[in-house]
Design a protein around this ligand. Structure first.
Ligand SMILES: Cc1cc2nc3c(=O)[nH]c(=O)nc-3n(C[C@H](O)[C@H](O)[C@H](O)COP(=O)(O)OP(=O)(O)OC[C@H]3O[C@@H](n4cnc5c(N)ncnc54)[C@H](O)[C@@H]3O)c2cc1C
Length: 478
């Protein structure tokens, strides 16, 4: 196809959509073949819908042409969810940005292209917020958050994206529109986190809550990762429900310190950042006292933020992990395992040993309250082998599975982890998942090549992981 060629699909799309909604030149289409971690095949065409009717028209045209469809938000995904594995139609939702706040019902009605942060920005004047807070919330979209069931630091206390969905509208693989609430069979729940493989979300009714009045912040550092995990478990067992509970390993802390010079403890093997919040100051303080006592008795050194400015400075460390890591190597593979909290010390140690035995720089951080760990493998694709990176990611996935964990907490499976699925999910259950996919998308037109390993392809994983598998596909998050 030349840059100006119109394929039969494009010609058909232009019958029902306006010219500015259909991108057909090569230079335009090439901009829609990547996410935050990888490139895929250049799509055949790109549609920029402005309404559900536009999505229906695009899906029907793709069906008639026998072309697969990929729903795309901001492409900030970290698992290859939007990268085409074959010539496809990309439906990019970035122009579907209508957002309505209904304060009397504490609801936001959002089209999929609404940027996550905009929901809280629009709700705040009404005394409301939207808690799900992926670190990418300044760029990620509600559609992408629904596709991945995104979470963030606040999710330990407040829950993930799916916990805030009251109703969903979606377009199925045939171009039919459905409206779902969260009752029998909870089909909306099935679509949330399905990475665009079961339907295209065109509107969501989201639950809003009043923001907490007070918050407290603490940083603790430890000579051993085990001490940090013990502190977290004892604080929770004592009754504290922190609103944020984040972990950084020594390599991560040092990367951030090199970048920001905040005075972070470089020698510490583990740093915890903890917030408590609520409407009753005494309770908020009492919860933080429980956290502090648990940290001290586990051998930690504790620093409480004296005021909001100091709290902000401490959280700046957590928020700056991505840019700090970007200075180490141009690219990183961001793993997203979830393990039982009690297994964290062993898991962190085993993954550190894997990193040390590899040629790669590896850092670990994550939402420790949920046992959600992000080991990041840093590499330079110009000089380092992406196969070796993938192999190390395999080994990390196995560590999670062996410790009773799961492959993904919030980033999804995509193409990145679909090879690992055979080790995380038993063959009978995999067949059930394939049946679900067939039930909603018999022609395998919606985002093919994601999540489910091909029935015929053998496992690429090493070791007898099936027999040790106590884990699964994805954490229920939160
Ligand atoms: C620096 C950085 C930090 C991050 N931090 C977090 C974090 O803290 N927590 C977290 O959960 N994630 C995080 N992510 C990952 C990513 O931002 C999230 O997965 C986010 O939800 C993706 O949103 P998006 O709009 O970019 O979606 P995309 O990447 O465009 O799409 C993601 C998936 O959703 C599907 N999809 C998109 N729109 C629709 C739709 N309308 N209907 C059906 N399916 C659709 C796509 O097909 C794809 O499978 C981070 C990413 C980066 C780069």
């Amino acid at each position: 196809m030349t840059p100006t060629d119109h394929s039969p699909l494009t010609t058909d799309l232009l019958r029902s959509l306006r010219p500015h909604q259909v991108l057909s030149s090569l230079s335009e289409r090439m901009n829609y073949r990547y996410d935050a971690i990888q490139f895929g095949v250049t799509p055949l065409a790109v549609v920029l819908p402005e309404s559900t009717a536009d999505v229906v028209a695009a899906v029907r045209a793709a069906k008639a042409a026998g072309v697969p469809i990929i729903g795309r938000g901001a492409a900030s995904g970290l698992s290859g969810g939007v990268t085409p594995v074959q010539e496809s139609l990309v439906i990019a939702f970035t122009r579907m940005t209508a957002l309505r706040i209904v304060p009397e019902r504490r609801e936001a009605v959002a089209q999929p292209g609404v940027v996550t942060l905009k929901v809280t920005e629009a709700a705040r004047p009404h005394g409301l917020i939207y808690p799900p807070d992926p670190a990418s919330f300044r760029t990620s979209t509600i559609g992408g958050n629904l596709g991945e069931n995104a979470g963030g630091p606040l999710c330990f206390k407040y829950g993930v994206t799916g916990d805030y969905v009251k109703a969903l509208e979606f377009v199925d693989a045939d171009g039919d529109v459905h409206r779902l609430t969260r009752d029998c069979y909870d089909l909306a729940g099935l679509l949330i986190g399905s990475e665009g493989t079961l339907g295209l979300m065109t509107e969501a009714t989201l639950r809003l809550i009043p923001p907490p009045t007070y918050s407290r912040t603490l940083m603790a550092h430890f000579a051993e990762v085990g001490q940090a995990a013990e502190a977290v478990s004892s604080a929770i067992a004592a009754g504290a429900v922190p609103s944020k509970l984040e972990f950084m390993d020594r390599a991560c802390t040092n990367a951030v310190e090199d970048y920001l010079h905040l005075g972070l403890p470089r020698e510490a093997e583990a740093v915890l950042l903890v917030d408590t919040d609520g409407d009753d100051l005494q309770t908020v303080d009492a919860e933080m006292n429980l956290v502090e006592a648990a940290c001290l008795s586990a051998g930690g050194v504790v620093r409480r933020a004296a005021d909001p400015a100091e709290a902000e400075a401490l959280w700046q460390a957590r928020r700056s992990i991505s840019p700090a890591l970007g200075r180490i190597r141009p690219q990183r593979m961001n793993e997203d395992i979830v393990v039982p909290r009690s297994a964290l010390p062993d898991v962190v140690r085993e993954i550190r040993a894997l990193g040390d035995a590899s040629p790669f720089h590896l850092v670990q951080f994550g939402h420790i309250g949920d046992g959600n760990l992000h080991p990041n493998i840093m590499f330079d694709p110009r000089t380092e082998s992406s196969e070796a990176v993938h192999e190390l990611a395999h080994k990390i996935a196995l560590v999670a599975i062996w410790h009773g964990g799961v492959l993904s907490g919030e980033h999804g499976i995509g193409t990145m982890k679909k090879d690992f699925m055979r080790d995380a999910v038993d063959p009978v259950t995999l067949d059930v998942l394939r049946d679900v996919k067939r039930g909603l998308d018999a022609g395998n037109r919606l985002n093919p090549g994601k999540i489910l390993p091909d029935a015929a392809s053998p496992s690429t994983l090493v070791g007898d992981s099936q027999s040790r598998n106590a884990g699964g596909l994805a954490a229920g998050k939160g």
